[in-house]
Ligand binder design. Structure first.
Ligand code: ATP
Ligand code: MG
Length: 441
């Protein structure tokens, strides 16, 4: 993409409405604009990152689950059956259609997926089944804030599992646990599983995945040894190894403020291993048995031919919140430092002297060759001061930068900079193929 053509309205000054790094940087880097409180337009740069995050989630979820797409607008009837039409409270946006029929904008989808299941699956032979979608949700949050971190309209991945008994349901829960570790790891996030309250979803087993950031909304207490745990290479059809992993990770003391037990913390974690910090919830696992299948009549015939309510769980990831979460974990005083897996472009070319013929020729040549190698490249071809171009490329956080200037060319080289480490390599103008080798590792 040529910078001169890209719709990228960056801001030089810090916007006054933003109080945390990710919100400030998303506005400054031209990723989002607020349309009303807690509701945002995703501009091209922000939308590319959002789509990259979705891609990682889809890749991992497709291994253990199937994607479908449920609507944003739901019928109130199923919510009345579960009892949540009133229980959900003011966060739920309700309205009537022209026939005075009550509808709502989905804040979550347990009722709808249970209804779909109950009308289409009758026997344990169709189980286990796990379905997910990535869809916009609306929750009329009392205090939308921190940009996309706590929006009213936000993008969520929500998966739902159906099993014939509790043991199978827990196996699915554990697979999802491992899947989440892998998803967040690919985004270069250290996500800590924390035992959680089940809240309005209900149920009796639940973990939140929390990333550590000073700007997080909840206090987190943990045993720092959990941070050194590596994700083992185990297969999804090995429930015993997965269960061991889950037991190992959940045996560390980790708690957000709502579940923190200070005495137990002091007793079970050595002083030098205690960490108190703040965290951002990016994912949530729930096992809730028959909480929805019973009232909504989602029954299956078991092996003995007896009709029983199906065992269920639900598993959310805050897709749009992750954009902010990744920025809070990956930035410096110049701007964002995207992990390559989610970066909107892998490499940026900064032509430091646009009107210089050798500079432009070399820039164009490298631009074409990167495009031909299917590498996402942003070429800053504008007739602007070098300082502005460099500052903007730092701000938007592209992992690799090529800097092409007249002085370098005269000496036969250009520069390749790693945004995160600030390390600069000089590359011969006759060896442009080297770039691809370096960035593709
Ligand atoms: P929170 O405690 O932050 O309000 P929640 O527990 O109500 O979140 P869940 O129902 O578990 O949220 O939703 C699944 C995921 O969706 C959360 O883990 C979070 O990452 C994301 N999420 C929830 N509410 C919002 C919001 N208002 N804006 C952005 N993402 C959200
Ligand atoms: Mg939650």
């Amino acid at each position: 993409m040529r910078r001169s053509k890209l719709f990228l309205p960056t801001l030089k000054e810090n916007p006054s409405e933003a109080s945390i790094n990710s919100h400030r940087l998303m506005l400054r880097a031209g990723m989002i604009r607020q349309s009303s409180s807690g509701i945002y337009t995703w501009l091209p740069l922000g939308y590319k990152v959002l789509r990259n995050i979705e891609k990682i989630i889809r890749f991992e979820q497709n291994i253990i689950s199937q994607e479908l797409l449920m609507p944003t607008i739901q019928d109130s009837e199923i919510w009345k059956k579960s009892g949540r039409f009133n229980d959900y409270g003011k966060e739920m946006l309700k309205f009537k259609d022209r026939h005075e029929h009550e509808l709502l904008y989905g804040p979550t989808n347990e009722e709808l997926i249970t209804d779909i299941f109950s009308k289409n699956i009758m026997s344990y032979k169709s189980l286990p089944l796990c379905l997910y979608h990535i869809q916009w949700k609306f929750r009329d949050e009392i205090r939308p804030r921190f940009g996309v971190m706590r929006g009213r309209e936000f993008l969520m991945k929500d998966a739902y599992s159906f099993d014939k008994n509790k043991d199978d349901a827990i196996e699915c829960y554990n697979r999802m646990f491992l899947n989440y570790l892998r998803i967040f790891d690919k985004m270069e996030l250290k996500a800590i599983p924390v035992a959680a309250d089940t809240g309005p979803i209900g149920g009796d087993l639940s973990h939140e995945f929390i990333i550590l950031a000073e700007t997080g909304e909840s206090d987190v207490f943990l045993d720092k040894n959990i941070l050194n745990e590596k994700i083992p290479n185990i297969k999804y059809d090995d429930p015993i190894s997965i269960s061991k992993l889950v037991n190992k990770l959940t045996s560390y003391y980790t708690a957000a403020d709502d579940k923190h037990d200070h005495d137990r913390y002091l007793k079970s974690v050595k002083e030098e291993n205690r960490i108190k910090t703040r965290g951002i919830e990016v994912g949530h696992l729930f096992y809730f048995g028959d909480k929805y299948s019973r009232p909504l009549g989602a029954n299956i015939a078991n092996e003995k031919g007896v009709n029983i309510p199906v065992e269920m769980g639900s598993y959310g990831i805050g897709v749009s919140r992750l954009v902010g979460g990744i920025i809070d974990a990956h930035h410096d005083d110049k701007g964002i430092c995207w992990p390559e897996s989610v970066a909107p472009y892998i490499i940026g070319i900064i032509n430091l002297r646009q009107n210089d013929v050798p500079c432009s020729q070399l820039s164009e040549k490298i631009y074409d060759s990167l495009k031909n190698n299917n590498i996402e490249v942003l070429y800053d071809d504008r007739d602007e001061g070098a300082g502005n171009k460099l500052a903007e490329m730092d701000l938007i956080g592209i992992p690799w930068q090529i800097r092409i200037g007249p002085r370098g060319i005269k000496n036969g080289y250009f520069e390749l900079l790693n945004r995160k480490t600030s390390e600069i390599q000089e590359i011969s103008i006759n060896d442009t193929a080297k770039i691809t080798n370096i960035i593709l590792g």
